[in-house]
Design a protein around this ligand. Structure first.
Ligand SMILES: NC(=O)c1ccc[n+]([C@@H]2O[C@H](COP(=O)([O-])OP(=O)(O)OC[C@H]3O[C@@H](n4cnc5c(N)ncnc54)[C@H](O)[C@@H]3O)[C@@H](O)[C@H]2O)c1
Length: 271
C-alpha cells in the first residue's frame, strides 16, 4: 500500500471511489486507505475490484456508473458498511476512440457519455444526501486535461470531459452552501490501461507520461485543499493547482458601459 503523501491524515473518513479496480482509481483507493480512510471500491471489474478492496481492507461493490441505481447502491454500501460517506471520488471513465465521420458508432457514443458524463451526474446525485448527513464532505470528479483544451485526437472524449469541468464549476457554489466541496482533477496522460493503444505514439512524440502516483498526489491535494468548483490540472513536471479560467466577455450597454448585474449570489465575478 503506497503511503506517498502520508502527511495527510484521513482517519475516520469514508470514501467511495468509482473505477477503483484499476489505474488511477486503484491508486486513490490505496492512498486513502494508507492515510486511514475506509474505502468502498466500486467498479464493473469484479475480479480486480475485489482484489483492490481486499488489499485496502475495504469493501467492493459492483457498480456500473452509467446506471443511476447502481450509484445509489454504491453510496448505500458505504453508509451500511462504514456508517456514512465523506468523500465521493467519481473517477470511472473510458476512452472514446472514434470520431464523427465514417467511424462514428452511435451505440458506443451513448456508452461513453453514459460512463464519462452521466456517471458523474448520477454519482453526485447519489452521494449528496449521505454527504449532507455528515454535515458536509467532498466530491472529486476525474475530468482530464482534455476537458480544459481542444482535443483533436479524440473530440468526443474532450466533449464529455469538458462537460464534467462545466458541471463541477457550476455546482461548486451551489453545493458549497451545504458544506459539500466539489472539484475536478484534470490529468494529462498517465500510465494506465486507458492509454495502452497510443502510449508508444505519445512517447515517440516526446510527450511525458506520468505515473499513477503523480496523479494520486493531486487527488490528495484536492481532498485537502480544494475550494468550491476548482478544477485542478495535473501535468508532468508541474505542481498541481487550480486551473485559472479566463472570464468570458460580459454584457455592455448600447453605449459600451458595463451592465450592472443583479444581486444573484451565484454571479461571482464581474466581467
Ligand atoms: N490515464 C490517463 O492518461 C488519463 C488522463 C486523464 C483522465 N483520465 C481519466 O481517469 C479516470 C480513470 O482512468 P484510468 O486512466 O485509471 O483508466 P483505467 O482503464 O486503468 O481505469 C478505469 C476504471 O474504470 C472502470 N470502469 C469502466 N467502465 C465503468 C463503469 N461503467 N462503471 C464503473 N467503472 C467502470 C474500469 O473497469 C477501470 O477499473 C477516467 O475517468 C479517465 O478518463 C485518465
Amino acid at each position: 500500500m503506497s503511503a506517498r503523501g502520508g502527511a495527510v491524515e484521513f482517519s475516520g473518513k469514508v470514501a467511495l471511489v468509482t473505477g477503483a479496480a484499476n489505474g488511477i482509481g486503484a491508486g486513490v483507493a490505496r492512498r486513502l486507505a494508507a492515510a486511514g480512510a475506509s474505502v468502498v471500491v466500486a467498479d464493473v471489474d469484479d475480479v480486480q475490484g475485489k482484489a483492490v478492496a481486499d488489499e485496502v481492507n475495504g469493501v467492493f461493490v459492483h457498480c456500473d456508473v452509467s446506471d443511476p441505481r447502481q450509484s445509489e447502491v454504491a453510496v448505500a454500501t458505504a453508509v451500511e458498511r462504514f456508517g456514512g460517506l465523506d468523500f465521493a471520488v467519481l473517477n470511472a471513465g473510458i476512452g472514446t476512440g472514434f470520431g464523427l465521420g465514417d467511424d462514428f458508432d452511435a451505440e458506443r457514443y451513448r456508452k461513453v457519455m453514459g460512463i464519462n458524463l452521466d456517471g458523474v451526474v448520477y454519482g453526485v446525485h447519489a452521494a449528496l444526501a449521505a454527504l449532507k448527513k455528515r454535515g458536509g464532505g467532498r466530491i472529486v470528479a476525474t475530468a482530464s486535461m482534455a476537458g480544459l483544451m481542444a482535443m483533436p485526437m479524440d473530440p468526443l472524449y474532450g466533449a464529455n470531459k469538458a462537460a464534467v469541468v462545466g458541471l463541477v464549476r457550476g455546482l461548486g457554489p451551489v453545493l458549497a452552501a451545504d458544506g459539500v466541496t466539489v472539484n475536478a482533477v484534470c490529468p494529462s496522460f498517465a500510465d494506465t490501461a486507458i492509454i495502452t493503444g497510443f502510449k508508444a505514439t505519445l512517447e515517440s512524440a516526446g510527450m511525458p507520461v506520468m505515473s499513477v502516483d503523480d496523479v494520486v498526489d493531486a487527488f490528495v491535494a484536492v481532498l485537502r485543499d480544494g475550494k468550491a468548483g476548482e478544477c485542478w490540472f495535473v501535468q508532468a513536471g508541474r505542481p498541481s493547482a487550480p486551473f485559472t479560467f479566463p472570464n468570458p466577455p460580459g454584457p455592455r450597454t448600447a453605449t459600451g458601459e458595463r451592465v450592472a448585474l443583479g444581486r444573484d449570489p451565484l454571479i461571482t465575478k464581474e466581467n
